[in-house]
Write a protein of this length. Sequence first.
Length: 279
Amino acid sequence: MAKSAFLKSSIAKKYWMALTGLFLCLFLTGHLLGNLQLLSTSKDAALHFNQYALFMTTNPAVKILSYLTYISIIFHAIDGIVLTVQNRKARPVRYVMNKPGKNTIWASRNMAVLGTIILVFIVTHMVSFWARMHFDKAMPLQTISINAGGMPQEFYVTTDGGYIPKMQVDQGQIKIENRTEFYDAGANVKIKEGYKDLYKITVAFFKQPQYGLLYTILYVISMVVLGFHLYHGFGSAFQSLGANNPKYNGLIKTFGYAFAIIVPLLFAVIPVYIHFFIK
């Protein structure tokens, strides 16, 4: 009974909120490091980003971490909603003299609203990129233009560092199976595998003539919201876990504020750079 009461208590929910929140901060860091490749001016920027995308979707260890991330997002969101409802039920009538601005920061009073906006962003973001990467049968494969005999020709880039002439696929000599696998059409034997071109669809998304600027602005606004959420959430997570020591509180607070500014800012720079600077 004691264990059951603990699991149902707001204290337990705050522990889980803190743990899942800190785990998601680690995910944000890793995701940012991968996405920063989109800022590269190298001629191989697309290849490097698509190699990263392939690794993130095929490596067994990364797959396990991905499932933990999905679970953490869902758990963090549900836990936050339940805690908000519990807190409001515990104090159904507000104080007559209520001046929250003197005791708490704006972000701490609106974590539920900020979290809801972030959740909507995550869902739309996954539909636009994650779902296309995993399920869209029309997901393009990476190609490259190479001068052959003085004339540019399109080739599919393959994971072994080679190329498949696009002309051979168009003429039916080579066929594409399972979205990424190249087969000899006559012998029906797999010969190579290509890269899903996540770089191409990411750039195209933010450079759309009609909605690209709007998507860029909405992305930047979402990162501002994320920054406010992290601004309060990072330090609050350590307090919930009992890491409340005068020796370290200042360091945790400073690091949390820096994290809340730098990570969302770098994420926001990516679509802005794509929309305005990538040709």
